[in-house]
Write a protein that binds this ligand. Structure first.
Ligand code: MG
Length: 378
């Protein structure tokens, strides 16, 4: 199925009174027209895009056609440029710059299935018909009221007849109305409340505010976890968080077997998807024999920084039956924070026993759990 989109951008947009056509006003660094065009040019199911402008100027990747006196004349001019083998034609107002790919897709499907379809939103408000002297004459059931949006989609033959109606003198505010007049049932597809039409100064401000939030990449937070365990044996020193703790037994390992640094390293690497400590500092590599694990943590922090992230915070729980580490925790935090190149307030280390249960409880091992949150730097 070949689909062409006609973007109606020939209006003078005088209601916005900005001294230039509204479709050329800036919204978050791009014109309203560019936003609308991008949605269709980038859509996988749209083959060609025709834009109808007040004056013909070259725009890469799209066909530009001069507008007419009224909107329907402009769209008719655009239709004349639609290739002969196109099955479905979409018409979209450039003044709706936030149209989504999903809405475009829904409109294509409905137009292909039914011949004519438009995006529309069911009214949330009760609608009253009011006489010229300000008195309600009728309340229209809300479930029968839909507010028309664009895109509007038509099979080529249906749109040809609708436009023929327009050329024969029928006035219409949109092509769906011409199709109705030509006797075609026009189906409604669920519109999108975000697919706003920019008409007033307030609309323009709302649109700009929206791109200020949406256009800025969010400072994405990513979490990572780490876990480490080492056996406790005689004749080794016990290094925890870069601090040598006085103990009759120490942690067995290829490096200094610092469970806090190892769990922290895995947590920050995991947060940015950079693997784990074993990948970067394998215990089969003689370079890391007896290594200072704070230095490994510092190297891992450098990898995280080069990936564009900084450590928001790190929280570590050390599980150890004895000795008590409470008095050394401030020193551990300071050393770990220095390795991470962050303020000490971002690092938490807590000690816990295993209540005599299991290997850790029997004093045979030390373990640590870590959670890190990293944030993109820009
Ligand atoms: Mg380890």
């Amino acid at each position: 199925m070949r689909v062409t989109a006609i973007i109606a951008a020939a209006g003078a947009g005088r209601r916005l009174g900005a001294g230039r056509p509204k479709q050329l006003l800036d919204i978050g660094g791009r014109t309203m027209l560019e936003h609308s065009l991008a949605a269709f040019v980038g859509h996988p199911r749209v083959s060609d895009v025709i834009v109808v402008l007040p004056d013909v100027v070259a725009i890469p990747g799209v066909r530009v056609v001069a507008g007419g006196a009224r909107r329907q004349d402009s769209v008719a001019n655009g239709f004349d440029a639609v290739p002969a083998d196109v099955d479905v034609v979409l018409i979209h107002d450039a003044a709706r710059p936030f149209v989504t790919a999903e809405l475009i897709g829904r409109t294509i499907d409905a137009a292909a299935a039914h011949g004519a379809a438009i995006a529309a939103l069911q009214s949330r408000d009760t609608v009253k018909r009011v006489s010229t002297n300000g008195v309600i004459t009728d309340t229209i059931p809300r479930d029968q009221i839909y507010l028309a949006q664009t895109p509007q989609g038509f099979r080529r033959d249906v749109l040809a007849k609708a436009i023929g109606m327009g050329r024969s003198g029928v006035e219409a505010t949109d092509e769906a109305m011409l199709a109705e007049r030509a006797g075609f049932p026009v189906h409604v597809v669920d519109g999108d409340p975000g697919n706003m039409k920019i008409t007033t100064e307030e609309d323009l401000e709302a649109a700009r505010a929206r791109t200020r939030t949406a256009g800025k990449p969010a400072r994405t937070g990513r979490a990572g976890t780490g876990y480490d365990l080492h056996r406790l044996v005689d004749g080794r020193s016990l290094v925890i968080g870069g601090v040598t703790v006085s103990s009759d037994r120490g942690a067995l390992g290829h490096s200094d077997a610092d469970v806090v640094c190892h769990a922290a390293t895995d947590a920050i690497l995991g947060a940015v998807g950079l693997g784990d400590i074993g990948l970067h500092f394998p215990d089969t590599d003689p370079r890391w024999k007896g290594a200072d694990s704070l230095a490994l943590l510092e190297q891992a922090a450098g990898m995280v920084a080069r990936a564009g992230y900084e450590v928001g915070n790190l929280d570590v729980t050390v599980v150890l039956e004895r000795p008590k580490i409470r008095d050394m925790i401030e020193e551990m935090r300071a050393r770990v924070a220095r390795a991470l190149d962050v303020d000490v307030s971002r690092v938490s280390i807590k000690g816990k026993t295993n209540e005599g249960v299991d290997a850790i409880g029997r004093g045979e091992a030390i373990a640590a759990h870590a959670v890190a949150l990293v944030r993109s730097r820009s």
